[in-house]
Design a protein around this ligand. Structure first.
Ligand code: ADP
Ligand code: MG
Length: 447
């Protein structure tokens, strides 16, 4: 008689008919070795019950059959089924480890991406495409620099490699696409190039497509590549710093291809979200920011890259001296320099009044006049504060600009500072808007 049959026979003889029928219907001896005996039952409840109630009988049975004590375990079928499934899955993952077409930055994952109202649409779209490539085709993401577009594209790549190892995903910048093509033409290997970009992939991600503006020959190749992939239901993902229609000197047939699928925008973060991002980055670096610090960082940044840069710098600086208003100010200065400045053809006062009047919807000439309305007073106060804090003007310079005396400038600056400290979001929004507009203006005149 086999050992497993013998075990069953002996065990049965030790139990009442009733308990045998009640509890041992799914019982079997799964494995017998010198060192361990494995029993199997239908589910975890039976397993627990048998372990509790029949330990003595198991032990005695084993001793009788083997002439000595051998430890035993009871497994439940469901759990062991799951385990084999899991095992098979990992085996499959290992076997099908994808041919690596592109290196993806391991840090750029969906988990590490901070989602807010400004980038929610792009985040959702990218994740959706990663889960089900081919569904929204082509997928086009656009938005300003440093807002996380490349991060999202890499997140998609990382996600696909993790979750769909048999999907072949390739990421290139438009510049690399061009260089590869030029190389291929030079080496008489355009066949090879086309095979790489058409036959060998399931998902093609092209970053910074605006790089191809005015490059007509490359655009033609891109057009045929995209057509081929679309015809074969392969996923195309494109990224740009502007909308498809704003891509000047782009072939209209390409632009209309871009618009065919889903187009999503990454907006500029609002001040509230920018502060939240600063806090999140800080937390990841083990730092806790006060509201004031978060606001300082957010006000000085017009994109996520800058916020990240400032916080990284801050984390480094605060290793020695801890976080305080000074280390924050230093980190900001290190990353963004002196910040906004007034350059261009107009005088500084004129340039500033122009922007300030736009933000408050007043006339520039009203700002240094005697007129008093609530809105004008607020515009002056915030303008004075801004000129002091971010344009680094002296109190007397500011007094001359606004035709006010020294003490009322000092008073205004104090008032605004106080409002900000109390978390007045209207004032905060205005300062943020001023920052943004002036930054834009100085960027334009510099470029
Ligand atoms: P873009 O491609 O839009 O110019 P990047 O993707 O290169 O911007 O982002 C710049 C930096 O900011 C990267 O280090 C990126 O990880 C980080 N970043 C941008 N947006 C986010 C976000 N929402 N959450 C976390 N990090 C972000
Ligand atoms: Mg990018």
């Amino acid at each position: 008689m086999e050992k497993s049959e013998e075990i069953i026979k002996v065990l049965k003889s030790k139990l009442s008919k009733k308990s045998w029928e009640m509890w041992f219907g799914t019982f079997s001896v799964k494995n017998v070795s010198e060192t361990l005996i494995t029993f199997s039952v239908g589910n975890i409840f039976i397993k627990d019950w048998l372990n509790q109630k029949y330990h003595k009988q198991f032990k005695e049975t084993i001793k009788e059959v083997f002439g000595r004590d051998v430890p035993y375990v009871i497994e439940d079928e469901l759990a062991s089924e799951e385990a084999t499934k899991e095992k098979k899955k990992t085996e499959r993952l290992i076997r099908k480890r994808p041919v690596v077409y592109s290196e993806f930055n391991k840090e750029y994952t969906f988990e590490n991406f901070v989602v807010g109202p400004f980038n929610e649409e792009a985040y959702d779209g990218t994740l959706e495409v990663a889960k089900d490539p081919g569904k929204m085709n082509p997928f086009f993401v656009y938005g300003g620099v440093g807002l996380g577009k490349t991060h999202l594209l890499h997140a998609m790549g990382n996600y696909l490699i993790q979750n769909s190892p048999d999907v072949r995903v390739m990421y290139v910048t438009a510049e690399k696409f061009m260089n590869d093509l030029v190389m291929a033409i030079r080496n008489n290997s355009t066949q090879e190039f086309r095979k790489n970009f058409r036959e060998k992939i399931d998902v093609l991600i092209i970053d910074d497509i605006q790089f191809l503006m005015g490059k007509n020959g490359i655009q033609s190749e891109l057009f045929h590549t995209l057509n081929h992939l679309l015809d074969h239901s392969k996923q195309i993902v494109l990224c740009s710093d502007r909308t498809p229609t704003q891509l000047s000197e782009f072939q209209p047939r390409l632009v209309s291809r871009f618009q065919m699928g889903l187009v999503v925008k990454v907006y500029d973060p609002d001040i509230e979200t920018a502060m939240q991002i600063a806090r999140t980055f800080a937390q990841r670096n083990g730092l806790l920011l006060s509201n004031e610090m978060a606001r300082e960082i957010a006000l000085s940044s017009d994109n996520v890259r800058t916020i990240k840069g400032i916080v990284t710098k801050l984390a480094f600086k605060s290793m020695k001296s801890g976080v305080n208003a000074d280390t924050v100010a230093n980190a900001v200065r290190d990353v963004v320099g002196k910040g906004v400045s007034l350059k261009g053809p107009a005088s500084e006062k004129e340039a500033f009044f122009q922007v300030l009047s736009g933000v408050f919807d007043v006339l520039p000439a009203e700002l240094d006049a005697k007129i008093r309305t609530a809105n004008l007073s607020r515009a002056r106060q915030i303008g004075m504060y801004f000129a002091r804090k971010y344009l680094h003007k002296t109190f007397s310079e500011i007094g001359t600009w606004f035709a006010r005396d020294h003490s009322s400038v000092v008073y205004s600056c104090k008032k605004v500072e106080e409002s900000l400290r109390k978390g007045n979001s209207k004032v905060r929004e205005k300062v943020f808007l001023l920052q943004k507009l002036l930054r834009k203006q100085s960027g334009e005149s510099a470029g």
